[in-house]
Structures are given as structure tokens and as C-alpha cells.
Design a protein around this ligand. Structure first.
Ligand code: ADP
Ligand code: ADP
Length: 255
């Protein structure tokens, strides 16, 4: 269990001046929608850490931890890692001090059980709740194309062979590490992951609609336009007031 709610609230109030409640934003959308790409841009603007369950599992896989070994069996088949493992991992991640002001969640929750556990975790440990759920929608035919030509480096930076190519072929612009295709981005696993999304994760759209938190985002636009649309819905949801961060709609300095 994380530190008591009062600690989290005090820490975030200290770090963010008038902030009284940690801010948790959930980026929803199918594999390949652009969640990771957008989360990296937006987390810098909002000053909230980007918490990606896919990245956390891959770090564990690379470090050969027990969690990584177990999760790898599911990830490589395109299946979801069991809820109990995933929820415990997220809970541990959110106890770290950088999450005191909140976090931008990418790839979590992915099942109804995870969404319910997350709500409970936020209430008990942060005296908070999910603030807004931008849901990135992309034509299903485009998803396969995006995933099949996605390139990543070991530090989780993301490129695309055609839509977002690195300056130098095969090398990460940001850290100089080699770029490669993720094992689960091979054609047969991609199809399975999209099916899994439709069955296990898509019900979260209704879950968050019922709570009036869902905001649909057109993901079939260029990367910068999608960022601006997400910032708009966060502004509408009053994210600015909660985080104490002024979100600039234009000229925000990101590439
Ligand atoms: P997700 O995290 O939702 O699986 P990513 O952010 O990794 O998606 O994006 C999947 C692939 O599509 C990456 O190769 C990325 O560079 C590319 N991509 C992301 N957003 C866009 C966009 N708006 N237009 C074209 N390609 C995009
Ligand atoms: P993508 O960016 O394409 O949506 P991710 O990097 O988020 O993929 O996730 C990769 C894999 O990690 C998933 O296919 C799944 O096996 C596992 N995973 C990530 N997040 C979760 C989660 N919340 N619950 C269960 N499994 C997850």
C-alpha cells in the first residue's frame, strides 16, 4: 500500500502551490492509437509523470525480474498480463515521490477489474479520483499499419518508419540507441492485441462515459493536431486549475 492520503496531498500541494488533489489522467485507445506518443508530449507540458504499464513490463523483462519473466509469457502472445500482477505493479509505481502530483496513465487500466481497482486505489491512497479520460480513436485499418512499422529503442522512445521517421535510419534521435521492432508488433500478434482490446478494454469506454470522464479524440490527424485536441479537452476539464500548470494551446515548444 502506498503512503497515506494526507502525505500525497501535502506533497503535491507543496510541489504545485495551490494544488489540493493529485491529478490522474487516463489515456485510452487501441494499440497503435498513439497513446505513448501523446503521453510523452503531454506529460512534459503538464509536469505529470508518464506511467506506461507496457514500458514498466518491458523494463522488468529486460532486467529479467520474476515479474518480467511472468509478464513476458503473456505479452509475447498478445494477451493481457493478469490483473493482480498489473494492479500491484501500478500501485507500487504510484507510491514513488514523482507521482505525488498525480500521473498520466498510458495503457492502464485495460480491464474493468483494473478500472475498479484503480478508482479504489486513488480514493484510499490519494484521496483522489480519475480526472479525465481522453480516448484516442483511429480507423482500425490504420492501426495495423502503425504497429507493423513502429520502431522503438530500449529507452521506450517511439518512431514510425514513414509517419515519424528517425533522422538517421535505425538510430534513436533522442538517445542514440539502436531502433528495433517490438516482438509483439509482428503481424500475427498485432491482430490478436487488437482483438483483445475490443473484447477486454473497449468496455472501459462505457465505464468512463457513465462517469462523464470520457473525451473522444480524433487520432487520424497528425501528431501535433492530436496533442492540441488532447490539451483542449484537458483544459475544458479544468486540468489547468488542478495542476496549477498553464497549458499553452499554441507554441508549447514541443516538436
Ligand atoms: P500506442 O502507445 O497507442 O500503442 P504509439 O504512440 O506507440 O501508440 O504509436 C504507434 C505508432 O504510430 C508509432 O510508430 C508512432 O510513431 C505512430 N503514430 C503515433 N501517432 C501518430 C499519428 N497521429 N499519425 C501517424 N502515426 C502516428
Ligand atoms: P501498446 O502501446 O501497443 O498499446 P503496450 O506497450 O501498452 O502496448 O502494452 C504491451 C503489452 O503489455 C500488452 O499487449 C499487454 O500484454 C501488456 N500490458 C500493458 N498494459 C497492460 C495492462 N494494463 N493490463 C494487462 N496487460 C498489459
Amino acid at each position: 500500500m502506498r503512503a497515506p492520503a494526507s502525505n500525497a496531498s501535502n506533497a503535491s500541494a507543496g510541489a504545485l502551490g495551490k494544488c489540493t488533489m493529485a491529478t490522474f489522467i487516463v489515456l485510452l485507445g487501441p494499440p497503435g492509437a498513439g497513446k505513448g506518443t501523446q503521453a510523452k508530449r503531454i506529460s512534459g507540458i503538464l509536469g505529470l509523470p508518464h506511467v506506461s504499464t507496457g514500458d514498466l513490463f518491458r523494463e522488468n523483462l529486460a532486467d529479467h525480474t520474476a515479474l518480467g519473466v511472468e509478464a513476458g509469457e503473456y505479452i509475447n502472445k498478445g494477451q493481457l498480463v493478469p490483473d493482480s500482477l498489473t494492479i500491484a505493479m501500478v500501485e507500487e509505481r504510484l507510491t514513488r515521490s514523482d507521482c505525488a502530483p498525480g500521473a498520466l496513465l498510458d495503457g492502464f487500466p485495460r480491464t474493468l477489474a483494473q478500472a475498479e481497482a484503480f478508482d479504489e486505489m486513488l480514493e484510499k491512497s490519494f484521496n483522489s479520483k480519475v480526472f479525465c479520460v481522453p480516448c484516442i480513436e483511429v480507423d482500425p485499418d490504420l492501426l495495423v499499419e502503425r504497429l507493423s512499422d513502429r520502431l522503438v529503442c530500449r529507452n521506450g522512445h517511439v518512431f514510425h518508419l514513414r509517419f515519424s521517421p528517425p533522422k538517421k535510419a535505425g538510430v534513436c534521435d533522442l538517445c542514440g540507441e539502436p531502433l528495433y521492432q517490438r516482438e509483439d508488433d509482428k503481424a500475427e500478434t498485432v491482430t490478436k492485441r487488437i482483438e483483445v482490446y475490443n473484447v477486454q478494454t473497449a468496455p472501459l469506454i462505457q465505464y468512463y462515459e457513465d462517469r462523464r470522464l470520457l473525451r473522444k479524440i480524433n487520432g487520424d490527424q497528425d501528431i501535433e493536431a492530436v496533442t492540441q485536441d488532447i490539451l483542449s479537452v484537458l483544459n475544458e476539464a479544468n486540468a489547468v486549475n488542478l495542476t496549477g500548470t498553464k497549458i499553452a494551446q499554441k507554441g508549447n515548444g514541443i516538436e
